[in-house]
Each structure stands twice: as structure tokens, then as C-alpha cells.
Design a protein around this ligand. Structure first.
Ligand SMILES: Cc1cc2nc3c(=O)[nH]c(=O)nc-3n(C[C@H](O)[C@H](O)[C@H](O)COP(=O)(O)OP(=O)(O)OC[C@H]3O[C@@H](n4cnc5c(N)ncnc54)[C@H](O)[C@@H]3O)c2cc1C
Length: 247
């Protein structure tokens, strides 16, 4: 049984058709960067709720979620229509294992996201922890069109701040866009271009990999990583590949 916190919309930012971020004022909620929370709305007499990653850092005063609308979806089109002052429900407990304290110590952290699957990595990379812990961090952020690279400016700022510690690779698959890679993450990984680009090897000895997004990307990248000797990570059986599937 979910206990709900009553939240209020502070801002609804539309990045491009079907892509949004909501900023929400809510009572304090303890969570770790990378976790998700159930978000709900009362629709026609019942509460419809779905999980969404919290993209703000745990010490930020407001909550933030980043989402795309799903055609005929039960919740996401309603979230897109919210305006400041509207009420929204937030579960009082966050969950999820795509967090740094579930991650073994390695020199290199590799992050792969498609679309709104960037959520957990926005929260993680905006905290101090990963920069204190990893020698190198590689972020591959893949979207269909350039305007879908919603948090590009945030990552460019981190790149300026952390220089050679951070490799930020934006991928745009359906159009050519300046300073982005026009390829699929899986192709770039499979043909060796990714490792060549950053000058690092993806290996079980040096790497921990986090994947977030749609199941096709998760399955394909996991297969390619397994070919390199990396294994799925769990608390019971430590490995190098941690995933969170959105759909
Ligand atoms: C742990 C977890 C965290 C999540 N975090 C986020 C997040 O931060 N941002 C976010 O946008 N979504 C996130 N999702 C997906 C989200 O919970 C909803 O499934 C999504 O918003 C659709 O809800 P809906 O009620 O509108 O669609 P529904 O009425 O539930 O329709 C479901 C259909 O939409 C498909 N679907 C679900 N998500 C997507 C999508 N993103 N794009 C295309 N098709 C989709 C499903 O496969 C299914 O066919 C997360 C899911 C999980 C399991």
C-alpha cells in the first residue's frame, strides 16, 4: 500500500513535442541519487501511478522528473498537461538499485542511456560522489532528434568542470546534429569506435557499467558487454553491468 505525499507543480517545462520535465514542491523525501518514485494523479476517480526517476539531487529543495508522453498512455499525457499550482501525488518511499552505493569500486564508470533513461544519471552526476570516486566517467546519451537532448547543457557544464575525467558523448540517431554522434550506441560499441573515441577499454577489471532506458538498448548493449567478459551485477552475484528498464 503506497502512502502518498501531496505535491504541487512549480514548473512544467516542455523541451520539444512529447518531452517534458516537471518541478514539484513536496514534503521532504529521502532518496539516493539514481532512484525512482511512484508518481500519481487522480484521474476519473482513481489514482493512476507510474514510476519515474528523480533527476534532482537528494539535497535539492524541489523534486524533478523528466518524461516523454506515450500515445494513449494512462498517465503520461495527463502529466504533460499539468500547470503550476496543480496537485500531484508522490509516494513517500523511493526505490531502485541504480545507485552508486550498489556499485563496486572500479577506476571507470560507464553510463548508457536512451531518451528519458538519462534520469538516474542526471541525479548521480550532479552529486559530488562520482567525481571523488572514479578516475574516468563516460556518459553515452542517445536520443532520436537533437532537441531531445534535454540535459545537454548540464552535461556540457560538467564536461567543462571535470575536463578529462568526463567523456560526454551525445548520440542523435535520426538526424545529423553538430557535435553529436550520428549512430546507434550499440553500433558504436560493437565496431570499437566507442572505446577508441575515449581511449579506454571496457573490461571486467576496470569498468562498472550502468544502463537505463528501453529494453532493446539494454538487451543489445548487455550482449555486447558480455562478449567482452563483463557480467550482470546483483547484490548476490557481483558483476559489472547494472540495468534499469523503463519499458
Ligand atoms: C523503474 C522505472 C522508472 C521509470 N522512470 C521513468 C522516467 O524517469 N521517465 C519516463 O518517461 N518514464 C519512466 N518510466 C516509464 C513510466 O513509468 C511509464 O511507463 C510511462 O510514462 C508510460 O506511462 P503511461 O501510463 O502514460 O502509459 P501506459 O498506459 O502504462 O502505457 C504503457 C505502454 O507504454 C509503453 N511505454 C512505457 N514507457 C514508455 C516510454 N518512455 N516511451 C515509449 N513507450 C513507453 C509501455 O511499453 C506500454 O506499451 C519508468 C519505468 C520504470 C519501470
Amino acid at each position: 500500500m503506497i502512502t502518498w505525499l501531496q505535491g504541487e507543480i512549480v514548473k512544467n517545462k516542455q523541451w520539444c513535442p512529447a518531452l517534458y520535465s516537471l518541478t514539484i514542491k513536496a514534503p521532504p523525501l529521502a532518496f539516493k541519487a539514481g532512484q525512482f518514485v511512484m508518481v500519481g494523479l487522480d484521474i476519473e476517480g482513481s489514482t493512476i501511478a507510474r514510476p519515474y526517476s528523480l533527476i534532482n539531487t537528494p539535497d535539492a529543495p524541489l523534486l524533478e522528473v523528466h518524461f516523454n508522453t506515450v500515445k494513449d498512455g494512462k498517465l503520461s499525457p495527463h502529466l504533460a498537461r499539468l500547470t503550476p499550482g496543480d496537485k500531484i501525488q508522490i509516494a513517500n518511499r523511493a526505490s531502485g538499485l541504480l545507485t552508486l552505493d550498489e556499485t563496486p569500486d572500479t577506476p571507470h564508470l560507464w553510463l548508457f542511456a536512451t531518451g528519458t533513461g538519462i534520469g538516474p544519471f542526471i541525479a548521480i552526476l550532479n552529486t559530488a560522489k562520482p567525481w571523488q570516486r572514479y578516475e574516468k566517467i563516460v556518459l553515452c546519451y542517445s536520443v532520436k532528434t537533437h532537441e531531445g537532448l534535454a540535459y545537454h547543457a548540464n552535461f556540457k557544464a560538467l564536461q567543462s568542470r571535470y575536463n578529462e575525467q568526463f567523456y560526454y558523448l551525445p548520440f542523435v540517431t535520426r538526424e545529423h546534429a553538430p557535435d553529436t554522434i550520428h549512430d546507434r550506441i550499440t553500433t558504436y560499441l560493437d565496431n570499437g569506435k566507442l572505446e577508441h573515441h575515449v581511449g579506454l577499454k571496457l573490461s571486467a577489471e576496470t569498468s562498472h557499467v550502468m544502463l537505463c532506458g528501453n529494453s532493446n538498448m539494454l538487451t543489445d548493449v548487455t550482449t555486447l558487454l558480455e562478449d567482452k567478459g563483463l557480467r550482470r551485477h546483483s547484490r548476490r552475484e557481483p558483476g559489472q553491468i547494472a540495468t534499469e528498464k523503463y519499458y
